[in-house]
Design a protein around this ligand. Structure first.
Ligand code: GSH
Length: 333
C-alpha cells in the first residue's frame, strides 16, 4: 500500500485509523508559501515567489479532487501557457504516486524525469517527514515547493498572475469572502473530505457518522441550489469549484467504492443540473478524466477493493442541457 516520508526516508504504511476510533483524519500540509504579483509574502510562509510566466510547475493527479481544483483554476484563469503540468500515474501503490507514463494522459515528470512524486518532496527538503500528496506547486527558479495546499494554490492562481494574463475573473470576491468561507467549511468537512471519511472508516460508527453528515449536506445543497444558480447566488465563486470536484466523482467512485450510496447524484435534480453546468463551463471538461478517476480509486485502495476490479459504469450524460439559466432570476426581479 501507500506510504509516507520520515526524515527523507520512504515508509510503506496505510492510514492509521486505530488511534482515532476507526476515523480517517487528513494530515495537515507542509509547504504554505504564496506566489504573489511582486513576490511579497502572502498570508503564510515566506516571500520571494513572484508571478512569472514559465517559472512554476504543477504536479497533479487527474484522479484527485484536490489537485483537480488547481487544474480548474489554471484553466479558468488562462494560465495554461504560463504554468506547466506533470500528471502522475493513476495507480497509487506501495511507492506512493509514481511518474510512470504507461497510462493515457500520465506524463511522467516533465521537469526532472524522476520516478516518484516523493522525489520532488525530498528535492525540496531532503529531511522531510509527512505524506506525499498532490497537488504540488513547484518553483523552478528556487528549486523548491511553493505550496502543496490546494485551497491556497487556487487563491494564488485566482489573482497573482492577473497583470500577466489580463484575466481578472475573480472567484474570491471581497464582499462574499466570509459567506464563501462559511460554505467552504461545511462542504470541506462533510462533502469533500466527508466521502473519504465514509470510505476509509474502519468502524460502523465512524462510517455512520460520516455518511449521515454527507447526505445531510447534500440535502442542504440541493435546497440551496433550487433557489440560487450558484452557491453564492448569481456569481460563480471558488465555493462552487471546490464542491464540483467532489460532485463530478460522486456516482463514478464515491457512491460505490466509498459506500456513499443513500442516493446517487443523478437523483438530485438541482445538484445534477448544476454539476453539468459546471462541467460544461469553458475550459473545464478537458480537466475531467474519468479513466484516471475510476482507475485510481478502485485500483489503489487495497483495503477497500483487494482484487482491484475496476467497475464498468456509470454512463453519465454530462453534456445534456443543464437548464440552470432561470434559477434565482425570480428573486432578482
Ligand atoms: N490538503 C491537501 C490534500 C491533498 C491530498 O490529500 N491528496 C491526495 C490525493 S486525492 C494524496 O495525494 N494522497 C496521498 C497520501 O495521502 O499519501 C490539499 O488539499 O492540497
Amino acid at each position: 500500500m501507500m506510504g509516507r516520508l520520515h526524515n527523507g526516508e520512504w515508509q510503506d504504511v496505510w492510514y492509521d485509523t486505530k488511534s482515532t476510533g476507526g476515523k480517517f483524519e487528513r494530515s495537515t500540509t507542509a509547504f504554505r508559501n504564496w506566489i504573489t504579483p511582486d513576490g511579497a509574502p502572502g498570508p503564510s510562509g515566506e516571500g520571494g515567489f513572484p508571478a512569472q510566466s514559465g517559472r512554476y510547475h504543477l504536479y497533479v493527479s487527474y484522479a484527485c479532487p484536490w489537485a483537480h481544483r488547481a487544474l480548474i483554476f489554471r484553466a479558468l484563469k488562462g494560465l495554461e501557457a504560463h504554468i506547466g503540468v506533470s500528471v502522475v500515474h493513476p495507480e497509487m501503490l506501495s511507492e506512493g504516486w509514481e511518474f510512470r507514463a504507461d497510462f493515457d494522459g500520465a506524463t511522467g515528470d516533465r521537469l526532472f524525469d524522476l520516478p516518484f512524486l516523493r522525489d520532488i518532496y525530498t528535492k525540496a527538503d531532503p529531511q522531510i517527514s509527512g505524506r506525499v500528496t498532490v497537488p504540488v506547486l513547484w518553483d523552478t527558479e528556487r528549486g523548491t515547493i511553493v505550496s502543496n495546499e490546494s485551497a491556497e494554490i487556487i487563491r494564488m492562481l485566482n489573482s497573482a498572475f492577473d497583470d500577466l494574463t489580463g484575466n481578472r475573473d475573480d472567484y474570491w470576491p471581497e464582499p462574499l469572502r466570509s459567506d464563501i468561507e462559511e460554505v467552504n467549511e461545511r462542504v470541506y468537512h462533510s462533502v469533500n473530505n466527508g466521502v473519504y471519511k465514509a470510505g476509509f472508516a474502519t468502524t460502523q460508527d465512524a462510517y455512520d457518522e460520516a455518511v449521515g453528515e454527507l447526505f445531510d449536506s447534500l440535502d442542504w445543497l440541493e435546497a440551496r441550489l433550487s433557489e440560487k444558480r450558484y452557491l453564492m447566488g448569481d456569481e460563480i465563486t471558488e465555493a462552487d469549484w471546490r464542491l464540483f470536484t467532489t460532485l463530478i466523482r460522486f456516482d463514478a467512485v464515491y457512491h460505490g467504492h466509498f459506500k456513499c450510496n443513500r442516493a446517487k447524484l443523478v437523483e438530485y435534480p438541482n445538484l445534477w443540473n448544476y454539476t453539468r453546468e459546471l462541467y460544461q463551463w469553458p475550459g473545464v471538461a478537458p480537466t475531467v478524466h474519468f479513466d484516471h478517476i475510476t482507475h485510481h480509486y478502485h485500483y489503489s485502495h487495497e483495503t477497500i477493493n483487494p482484487h482491484r476490479i475496476v467497475p464498468i459504469g456509470p454512463d453519465l450524460d454530462l453534456m445534456a442541457p443543464h437548464g440552470r439559466e432561470g434559477i434565482g432570476q425570480r428573486d432578482a426581479a
